[in-house]
Write a protein that binds this ligand. Structure first.
Ligand code: ADP
Ligand code: ZN
Ligand code: ZN
Length: 736
């Protein structure tokens, strides 16, 4: 008898066994989706394995698989291996992995979208009298000129009645065809002018080096460290072209959905004759389904996508590109808390494919691996055409009087100069809203979120106070709720205030703001970028959404309103994140023929990270930071597993964190587990979010794979009190 291991789409953490009925024997494979009974409920499951067993092994009768959803598998065995690896490495349930990896729409099998065509019969045996039936005659003549056309097109010109008559008389036949929905085909979305380019010698060197790995067909990782504007994208495109020409597939990951449209258009315009598919969370169900099925059905294709594209069942995967590999957006904030880059690398390994990571500011982890593991470092140290990197001016904001506390005199002067020359300016501040704290002058009142231990941010455009953690909203105070004073004071600068100030000072400069509040409106982001590209806007202000990847040749000035923002965070990556952000933002300037400048405003001009970022001195930054991290035993020298405990009752949560979790965990690793260190529990930096009190226990370990099963088993045994949740974050990025 044949049995199948089936993973159910429900919180059950291991595959269940079912028997395969005779009539389904040749349609069930690993990767098939099936209907089965779990208890009395019918469920959908994914077959992860099929094998033959002697019937005597089973003293109890296995339930049979009821039916399949498709007549072929919807994912590959390699991906099933990937799911198991992820569940193990990220210490999470298999269910959460397949739930993230296999889209809802694939599980449902909604019908394909079919479009109807009219095909003119041939030979045509009917004659229509032009005098008696002039309309029908006209329709027939039209069809003779268009013997195969969309029925909907026909109906735009002629009545449904004529269509019915033609069908009845067999003048036309209906033909149904599948329509594949490819996202971003609307050419009006983003319209950069693309010249074709000749790769430079440096670019060729990288292409050849990665190309060599592709030829060998064994797993290898290359890290491309290319300064901003060095032409990394062109290197990717050349490699994609090679892989497609040889019948392979390429996965091209980007951290941010917003950037996808620009890159997709660029690649499409370069790779004529190849179809470029996209994948991100904004797709419609239909687009998602069609892309998934296209991946299954095509021997060779290229997909540009965000994190979850890493799960697409591509055939013959030869190359995986992870652009802006340092970006924290690759890390998923909820279960399964995987890092898209790391999963991509593991996937490339399973396929014996080549993985290419790219960045102007590589992560410490990846750079570490070029030194201590087998990653190969590739560099593009120059901008295209030897264009200089922008000149960076550092302004000490402690000496800027009054209103210039936001926009320094130097920045204003430079803006004036550049706008005069009809060049463009980007101002960057990583804070949404208008004012970041709302205080009373009469007493010590600060407007705090009632559910989180955090100040509320004032949003001027909608006139509301908003909590950026839980989205709580309330109207602004006209009087202090504590002392009744009417002297309410808006402190701390958000991007909306910058926008307002610039509008006042440069009333004639057309400008727009980009942040996640604007981005909510569909296509607004792309629309603004398009206007900026066409030169209809002179100034763009924005948060980190505009920090990276954008390529606007006419931008010659970038202002960083507050370079210190991320330095104060309680995060061991604060230096690294600041360095990356400053270099990336500065990299938006001077990408075209006219050179560029950057004005970097700070209250701590002597800070080393700021100094090294100003000089784009990656090597020195990374050397210093390595020393520090090694000293402290932080990543990349060890991994950190962050165990978050939260509960609505602070005492219960704390008690659990200490006694039921922290202590036994410490004991578990006290004997013989070299290098594993447990810290905490500590109160999390943000003590309370959404009325839940938060604690955290950190596990420092030289290797995750050696201890993850132990932690998994430990967690499944400890009783968790009602109202308390425990979430485990392997290789955590977020320590708030
Ligand atoms: P990066 O991704 O490294 O920041 P891009 O790939 O966006 O850089 O390239 C920067 C700019 O240089 C783009 O406008 C691109 O079209 C142009 N470019 C890249 N390679 C070449 C080349 N070989 N010749 C001319 N222009 C190039
Ligand atoms: Zn008050
Ligand atoms: Zn809140």
């Amino acid at each position: 008898m044949f049995i199948a291991e089936v993973l159910i789409f429900a919180p059950i953490d291991r595959p269940l066994r079912y028997s395969i009925p005779e009539e389904l024997r040749f349609v069930i494979f690993p990767g098939s989706l099936v209907h089965v009974f779990v208890g009395k409920a019918q469920r959908i499951g994914l077959v992860t394995g099929v094998r033959e067993v002697g019937g005597e092994h089973f003293s109890y009768a296995l339930k049979p698989i009821l039916r399949t959803i498709y007549d072929a598998p919807i994912t590959h065995e390699i991906l099933i291996q990937l799911y198991f690896w992820m569940a193990k490495y990220y210490i999470c349930d298999l269910f959460s992995v397949i739930d993230a990896a296999i889209p809802q729409v694939i599980r449902k099998n909604i019908p394909l979208k079919l479009v109807t065509y009219f095909r003119l019969a041939s030979p045509l045996e009917v004659i229509i009298d032009a005098k008696k039936l002039p309309k029908q005659w006209e329709a027939l003549e039209f069809l003779k000129g268009n013997p195969f056309l969309l029925k909907s097109e026909f109906l735009k010109k002629f009545s449904r009645n004529i269509a019915d008559v033609f069908l009845r008389k067999n003048i036309v036949y209906e033909v149904f065809q599948r329509e594949e929905r490819v996202a971003y085909t609307n050419p009006g979305l983003i319209n950069p002018e693309f010249r074709s380019v000749q790769l430079t010698g440096e670019q060729w060197r990288v292409v050849e080096s990665v190309g060599e790995s592709l030829r060998q067909k064994i797993f290898g990782v290359h890290l491309l460290h290319g300064v901003t504007g060095s032409g990394k994208t062109e290197v990717y495109i050349e490699l994609i072209r090679r892989v497609l020409a040889e019948g392979g597939s390429v996965l091209y990951l980007l951290p941010e959905l917003a950037l996808t449209a620009q890159v997709v258009e660029k690649i499409r315009s370069r790779l004529e004759g190849f179809r470029v598919w996209v994948w991100h969370s904004g797709l419609s169900d239909g687009e998602r389904r069609d892309t998934w099925l296209a991946a299954l059905n095509n021997g060779s294709m290229v997909v540009v996508g965000a994190r979850s594209a890493v799960f697409l069942p591509l055939n013959n995967l030869r190359l995986v590109i992870v652009d802006e590999e340092h970006e924290s957006a690759y890390k998923q904030g909820e279960n399964p808390r995987y890092h898209g880059r790391d999963v991509a690398i593991y996937r490339a390994k399973l396929h014996q494919a080549t993985c290419l990571l790219g960045s102007a500011t590589p992560s410490m982890e990846s750079f570490f691996n070029t030194k201590f593991k087998h990653y190969k470092l590739e560099t593009l140290p120059q901008r295209i055409d030897q264009r200089p990197l922008p000149l960076v001016h550092v302004v000490d904001m402690r000496y800027e009087p009054g209103a210039n506390g936001v926009l320094s005199r130097l920045l204003l002067r430079k803006m004036e100069e550049r706008l005069e020359k009809k060049e463009q300016v980007i101002l960057f501040l990583n804070r949404r809203g208008y004012a970041t704290t709302v205080l009373c002058r009469g007493c010590d009142f600060i407007a705090l979120c009632p559910h989180c231990s955090l100040p509320l941010t004032f949003h001027r455009t909608i006139s509301r106070l908003i909590c950026h953690f839980c989205s709580h909203q309330e109207p602004p105070h006209s009087r202090c709720p504590k002392c009744g004073s009417s002297e309410i004071f808006y402190n701390g600068v958000g991007i909306q205030r910058v926008e307002q100030m610039v509008q006042k000072i440069f009333p004639d400069a057309p400008m727009a703001r980009i942040d996640s509040d604007v981005m909510g409106k569909k296509h607004e982001f792309i629309h603004i970028l398009n206007r900026f590209r066409r030169g209809e806007l002179a100034v763009l202000v924005g948060t980190q959404m505009i920090a990276k990847g954008l390529d606007f040749p006419n931008v010659t000035l970038v202002g960083l309103i507050n370079a210190d923002g991320s330095l104060n965070q309680q995060d061991f990556r604060a230096n690294e994140k600041t360095f990356q952000l400053l270099v990336q933002v500065a990299g938006r300037s001077g990408r075209g023929e006219a050179g560029g400048e950057v004005v970097l405003q700070t209250h701590i001009p002597v800070n080393e990270t700021i100094f090294l970022a100003k000089n784009n001195n990656f090597d020195e930054f990374i050397t210093k930071e390595f020393e520090l991290r090694q000293c402290l035993g932080y990543p990349p020298f060890r991994h950190i597993i962050n165990c978050n405990i939260s509960g609505s009752d602070a005492r219960v949560a704390e008690e659990f964190a200490k006694e039921a979790f922290g202590k036994p965990l410490g004991l578990l690793f006290s004997e013989g587990a070299a290098g594993v260190e447990i810290r905490g529990p500590i109160i999390s930096p943000v003590e309370k979010i959404q009325d839940r009190f938060r604690y955290s226990v950190l596990i420092f370990t030289p290797s995750v794979s050696k201890i993850c099963e132990k932690i998994y088993n430990f967690r499944s045994k400890i009783p968790i009190p009602a109202g308390v949740t425990l979430s485990i974050d392997v290789d955590a990025f977020d320590f708030l």
